[in-house]
Design a binder for this molecule. Structure first.
Ligand code: MG
Length: 373
């Protein structure tokens, strides 16, 4: 127990336009729509968390905001913020699903607990295996010439990992982009492919086989999230490693997915699993099954991205990098008071107590569309 109690809870809806539309097998995204959770204690501490749902993937912003503002609020106000697991267990008891809202709550609690104990979140949840993580950028602009200009700029910044979003146009467009990037940057570029569920199960295997000539590190989520048998069949049939993203949310999904060997790699996202600590459980199940893990992200501001950075520092066997690039290279503005720590193509995990980032009050006000108190 600590002497701190949570006395205030605010949910800030923000909408931050993107510099360019990103297209995916499951639709276009033109910006970040987030519910930022602010918890305040009677001792004057403030903790932040974020829910940034994608309606075709994890849910809606309206549902996430209502989950926090209406349904979880009675179980948060008056509580001791260091009692993280009992509060998250209670959240699971009173509210089914809503993994993004629960991730936001857990992040804000860990932010407060870190400030109370003097520990960064990565150290609080078990300690850090690394202080820097290689960053991946997603090549998803339907205007590929604009993407090439961006990649040239990012290359100068030291970014060497690029994930092509595929399956939103025709197969020839995907092959052309892969060939262009492999030819231009040779073996120095690390290429990945993400279909975001965009292929049909009946022709996914031959489509994925076409891509293998370009030596991608992995092919992500070729088929629909619930088509786990098809995903397992593709994983079995092709040489390139297959990653499950939409098909693996929480530890239960990871357990079933590992047992059925639906993929070679699982993508970790706090928004899917309901927080950093549940993601560590997913990673533990993957490790036990000989499945690799990867640091994914949603369309998020610096708050959720920083939670992802702490998570990835704490995972023992993360070897494929991470993709918390939105606040640096996608959003029109970074809401954080200090720029998100990407330097030389690496994410630098904060050493300061708690989350290590806080929204700037003026930027928050400028991009806020609603405030629930
Ligand atoms: Mg994905």
């Amino acid at each position: 127990m600590s002497e701190h109690r949570i006395t205030e809870m605010r949910v800030h809806w923000v909408s931050v336009p993107a510099r360019a539309v990103h297209s995916h097998g499951s639709g276009d995204v033109a910006g970040i729509n987030a519910a930022l959770l602010e918890l305040v204690t009677d001792t004057g501490l403030t903790g932040w968390g974020e829910a940034s749902p994608w309606p075709v993937f994890t849910g809606t912003l309206e549902a996430a905001a209502a989950a926090l503002h209406v349904h979880l609020r009675p179980h948060v106000i008056g509580q001791d913020p260091v009692q993280v697991e009992p509060m998250m267990t209670q959240a699971d008891r009173v509210l089914v699903g809503h993994s993004e809202a629960k991730a936001a709550l857990e992040c804000a609690l860990l932010d407060l607990t870190g400030q109370i104990t003097g520990l960064p979140i990565a150290d609080l949840v078990g300690g850090r295996h690394r202080d820097t993580i290689p960053l991946s950028f997603s090549v998803a602009n339907p205007d590929f010439d604009a993407d090439l200009d961006d990649i040239a700029q990012l290359w100068d910044d030291g970014v060497r990992i690029y994930k092509l979003k595929t399956g939103f146009a025709d197969h020839a467009f995907d092959l052309m982009r892969l060939e262009r990037l492999r030819t231009t940057y040779g073996e120095a570029i690390r290429l990945r492919i993400d279909y975001n569920q965009g292929l049909s199960a009946h022709d996914a295997i031959r489509t994925v086989r076409d891509l293998e000539a370009f030596r991608p590190d992995f092919v992500e989520q070729p088929v629909k999230m619930h088509e786990r048998e098809a995903l397992a069949a593709i994983t079995h049939a092709v040489d390139v490693p297959i990653m499950a993203d939409e098909s693996v949310f929480d530890p239960r999904d990871a357990f079933r997915g590992a047992a059925a060997r639906i993929a070679d790699i699982f993508s970790l996202k706090t928004a899917k699993s309901g927080g950093i600590r549940r993601c560590i459980e997913v990673a533990a199940i993957a490790r036990a099954a000989g499945i690799e893990v990867y640091g994914g992200c949603m369309f998020e501001t610096s708050v959720a991205h920083m939670a992802g950075a702490h998570l990835m520092a704490a995972i023992p066997d993360l070897t494929l990098g991470c993709e918390v690039y939105m606040s640096t290279y996608y959003a029109e503005a970074d809401l954080a008071a200090e720029p998100f720590p990407v330097r030389g193509g690496q994410v630098h995990v904060p050493q300061t107590p708690g989350l290590g980032t806080v929204p700037d009050a003026d930027k928050l006000a400028a991009y806020r569309t609603e405030l629930l108190t």
